[in-house]
Design a protein around this ligand. Sequence first.
Ligand SMILES: CSC[C@H]1O[C@@H](n2cnc3c(O)ncnc32)[C@H](O)[C@@H]1O
Ligand SMILES: [Zn+2]
Length: 441
Amino acid sequence: MSQAQFDSLIFARWMITVETDGEILENHAIALKDGRIAVILPAAEARQLVADEVIELDRHVLMPGLINLHGHSAMTLLRGLADDKALMDWLNNHIWPAEGRHVRDEFVFDGSLIAMAEMLRGGTTTINDMYFYHGAVARAGLSSGMRTFVGCSILEFPTNYGVNADDYIAKGMAERREFLGEERITFTLAPHAPYTVSDDTFRKVVTLAEQEDMLIHCHIHETADEVAGSIEQHHQRPLARLQQLGMLSPRLVAAHMVHLNDEEIELVARHGVSIAHNPTSNMKLASGIAPVQKLLAAGVNVGVGTDGAASNNKLDMLAETRMSALLAKVGTLDPTAVPAATAIRMATLNGAKALGIDDQVGSIKAGKQADLIAVDLATIETAPTFDPVSHIVYAAGREQVTHTWVAGECLLKDRVLTRLNLADLLAKGEDWRGRILAKGE
Ligand SMILES: CSC[C@H]1O[C@@H](n2cnc3c(O)ncnc32)[C@H](O)[C@@H]1O
Ligand SMILES: [Zn+2]
């Protein structure tokens, strides 16, 4: 038995705590015990502490792990199959047919694991996922060690996974029961979008979410066509319809929310809805620019997501953080919109708040789970460093992430994945390439 006071001691040149916007601790250390941050101290004082393992990060910034607030992990296996299209053409004529040909349990497990390897290598510690075959997503989460929110997708039309909304709900809830008690796995209810889910089903989702204390994850107001289609079919904009159905509450993580008027911004603020901003997917599908600056000014909690690898096409949360800052500026023609420290908070603490885990993760604070990343800033791309916050958002690349911890467990150490075997995953990807080409893209 070890006599050490702590499991690990991590010394870092800089720490971005995210406790206060832009706060940087220089030459500090944190001590970890049982997966949590026990103490944060100036390095000189921390040298007196005893730990089983001492990690020296004298070129690095240590910061909270990035929280990917909206993704479809398994879609890594469809990456690059349909580019340069608008959302409904992309879905109706390319992605849904391809999913019909290929998506099964094994596809979802392998695709999700490949996604998690990519995300862990880029400093993402939590994924809020939404796809099919939820048991496979959860098993991939358990294998990789990532904190995984598994969205039980719900649609009215049949897919390989379900025949109708009731069937999706029943299957999702049954799969959830197998993973209750797994600390890093949480199931959510994921009605796909207002244009694929009926009023009756939304009402059932709200009731079930309240009964089971679950989050709801849904694509909302992604395109101008979605809003126009809702006016035509329901004589209401999607948000007004969802408000009537009881969907707007702090349980809701609304993905995209690009096309909002000022009244709708007030509405989501009043109901405590969180938003997953997906800047790259919104640019690539030409969906538009979400009014992030106005949303933040109204007090709305906005986090950051990648969306799937078939619409981004990267699962790179550092890049997404940068895009969040840049797109806000070009969208408003205001260079002060979404400053770097705000973008970092969006990609960490705001994501945690949306998922109801901001008391556990999202910032460097004693008592919180040690979901952390280290980024080497002493490379030619980021040397010299005047302000680590600036470099993390505007200059550093995901290749500079050297370490990723979830609950104190190091899942990426000196750029090597500790649980996943990259060569095996590459072989699986190659195998899927052959199978997809054989059956038709
Ligand atoms: C039922 S959840 C998974 C479902 O959603 C599809 N999807 C992926 N990206 C988007 C997006 O940006 N908007 C709407 N739907 C999307 C995915 O292909 C799955 O079928
Ligand atoms: Zn999506």
